[in-house]
Design a protein around this ligand. Sequence first.
Ligand SMILES: Cc1cc2nc3c(=O)[nH]c(=O)nc-3n(C[C@H](O)[C@H](O)[C@H](O)COP(=O)(O)OP(=O)(O)OC[C@H]3O[C@@H](n4cnc5c(N)ncnc54)[C@H](O)[C@@H]3O)c2cc1C
Length: 471
Amino acid sequence: MKYMKNQVVQVTRGKMLGGTSSINLMAYTRGNCHDCDTWAKIVNDTTWKWENVLPYFIKSERLDESDLNCVDKELHGTEGYLGVSTQHNDVTSEYLKAFSEVGHDIEYGINGDKPVGFSEPLFTIANGTRQSAALAFLSNFQDRTNLHVLKNALVTKILFDDNKCATGVELILNDRLLTIRATKEVIVSAGAINSPQLLMLSGVGPRQHLKHKNIKVISDLPVGQKMQDHIYVLVVHKMGKEILNKKPVDPSKYPLPLIIGYAALNKTQKYPDYEITTAILNDKNDFMPSCVFFLSLKDEICQDYYDHSGNRQLMYTLVSYLYPKFRGQILLNTTNPRDQPLIYPNYLTEEKDIENLEKYVKDYLKVTNSSVFKSVNSELIIPRACNCVPDQSFWKCYVKCLVISGYHFSGTCAMGEVVDSRLRVYGVKKLRVVDASVMLRIPGAHTNAPTIMIGEKAADMIKEDHELLLL
Ligand SMILES: Cc1cc2nc3c(=O)[nH]c(=O)nc-3n(C[C@H](O)[C@H](O)[C@H](O)COP(=O)(O)OP(=O)(O)OC[C@H]3O[C@@H](n4cnc5c(N)ncnc54)[C@H](O)[C@@H]3O)c2cc1C
């Protein structure tokens, strides 16, 4: 990655039932109304407007009753399959005071209706258990006679008849090649990296690329072409004194004490520019697993953090650029479905993105002017391995050194380009894509809840199209 100081970017995904929801950080964030209203406008379909998708967020949610007092009840559901709850922690309350002092609103349960504000987040956790999509949406229906789940199966191809009508899929199970026929339609939900791979392997994709790979073109579409992601910049503060003693968190119930906040540089703007995800850590030993595995930073950078943290309380923040300009690309490497596709995220290829990231990091750092931060002599740790000299180029260098993927891959089978607003693939029949790849503009939030909303909405659209919707 030449624009990112030679960092290797891990394109982490969950290869299991429940997919990436089975390994993610479990933050439950929906994005803001501007996101869906923009989608609706671009695809000219008002059913995607915020007011029309909100019922789908609510439908799937089962917010813990004890958390209802912290949120606007109208916007949350308590009867869905996806358990959601929050963790209250005295130490996060203290840090929230610091953000409030420098002008950020504290808005509990911020989830769509208000564009900006800082809060303890909601998590997809219920009774101490991760609410993966598999646990939430499959485990309750194991006895259904019309539901069959094939574990450890790799779908290798979508099959079409001469009328470009999807008739089923080919898959490998226990080294055997099987064909499954579809009676109504085929729905692809392989995620933003593998859905485009599967479509291209099946002849749906950019003509030139498919021809180059000797794949017969069924529909010439810009599959894989407009990959999006959030990019995070890491900011770590060491506290000279502790801001409250953190009560030990039960890791079997919640991850680290977290704050999630949304901020806009222009206070009248209707959507945020950046998001912060802030974790409060007892000390460096809490930080190392995140640094090495989750953030996937280079060893020498993590070592620097380790060496310079002392035994102090740490606050690590990921400043997330919510609407970056860069667009990446997924291409086939080979025609073997077992091979990974080529992934070009193109982070930081746009000069404007680097400039904006610098601005957002600096805006976030205003929190260090708060009396809370001053009272504990907070200190920004700058890893020496970044080799950033303290001149005018310092923040540019900092951003390039400490930028990572937000793992919010999306947009590779975008609505309006590859699928229509009912998620049907253009140029073929009886084929839909339903996952994060259809997001035509990345939402200003973590992407799990928006993906589940898309799933809920797609379920109704499919039932409507087959006249199965019970009113
Ligand atoms: C480390 C990490 C942390 C994250 N943290 C958060 C968070 O805190 N909050 C949040 O909202 N979002 C988070 N996300 C992002 C979020 O989890 C994803 O955006 C979301 O789960 C994507 O859902 P999806 O259905 O599009 O794809 P996936 O969940 O990736 O599902 C795709 C599924 O298809 C399967 N598959 C792929 N190809 C084939 C094939 N050929 N045959 C058969 N099966 C196939 C995969 O095994 C997988 O089960 C995080 C992501 C990562 C990686």
